[in-house]
Design a protein around this ligand. Structure first.
Ligand SMILES: NC(=O)c1ccc[n+]([C@@H]2O[C@H](COP(=O)([O-])OP(=O)(O)OC[C@H]3O[C@@H](n4cnc5c(N)ncnc54)[C@H](OP(=O)(O)O)[C@@H]3O)[C@@H](O)[C@H]2O)c1
Length: 214
């Protein structure tokens, strides 16, 4: 079971849709059970055959063996601190990009731990942490038949967990998983999200990335 904390947002719903289309059982989490059920229903309307449910974040984390953290950076610390028991021993997949917006322009912000992913590991040390999907457009994910012309760079220090998440990345139509090395390297794709958002504004597009030469 793959659960999404903050799964009512576009990134959580988009990844939930794609993982469910790949045959995974998914759960959308929220601070509010009704919002979670509504979000799950909205994803089921896009793809009626998928297996998707919804519930409050703590129940979703408890019932899932893979837990995707899809809240805004400002909410990461309190959210994870509230889920320490439920996340113990789980595979935690962090998609968080630490950003602020000023007059519509996105900027990456400095995180004392080095990155959102490293901070998450500091907060919940007894989970297995992988970071990925930072540069994937939620709007593109939410169009179920759309092949995403993108690479998804996956970071982490547990080889088996990283392979599993690279498999999830490759289950997204058109996407390729790329091994980005250890969790320490996640900062580079977290920050790149700010650049992509600013490019999107200039080109009115949903930009993503390809790594060439490998
Ligand atoms: N959008 C993209 O294209 C994209 C792409 C790559 C990475 N990301 C990253 O993915 C994460 C999610 O992105 P998003 O655009 O889906 O975010 P979002 O819509 O701003 O937030 C996602 C969900 O987080 C929950 N949330 C918001 N504030 C919270 C708080 N103070 N405490 C606890 N929960 C809170 C909300 O769920 P409830 O109110 O239902 O609890 C909300 O629906 C972000 O960290 C973002 O940087 C986004």
């Amino acid at each position: 079971m793959i659960g999404f904390i903050g799964g009512t947002g576009p990134e959580g719903r988009g990844l939930a849709l794609r993982f469910a289309l790949a045959g995974e059982d998914v759960l959308i989490g929220s601070r509010d059970a009704e919002r979670a059920r509504d979000a799950a229903e909205s994803v089921r309307e896009i793809a009626p055959s998928i297996s998707i449910g919804g519930g409050v974040n703590a129940d979703v984390a408890e019932q899932s063996n893979t837990v995707v953290i899809a809240v805004p950076y400002s909410a990461q610390r309190p959210t994870l601190e509230g889920l320490m028991d439920e996340l113990r021993g789980k595979l935690v997949v962090n998609v968080v990009a630490p950003l602020v917006f000023s007059n519509g322009v996105a900027s990456a912000i400095r995180v004392e731990a080095g990155s959102a992913a490293l901070e998450a590991r500091e907060i919940v040390p007894d989970a297995i942490h992988i970071a990925a999907f930072h540069n994937v457009s939620a709007q593109e994910l939410l169009v179920p038949d759309r092949a995403l012309d993108t690479d998804i760079v996956v970071f982490g220090d547990d080889a088996d967990a990283k392979q599993k998440v690279m498999g999830l990345a490759e289950a997204i139509k058109g996407a390729r998983g790329v091994d980005g090395g250890g969790l320490e390297n996640a900062r580079y794709c977290e920050d790149l999200t700010a650049l992509l958002l600013n490019i999107n504004r200039i080109y009115r597009a949903h930009s993503m990335i390809r790594i060439v030469g490998i």
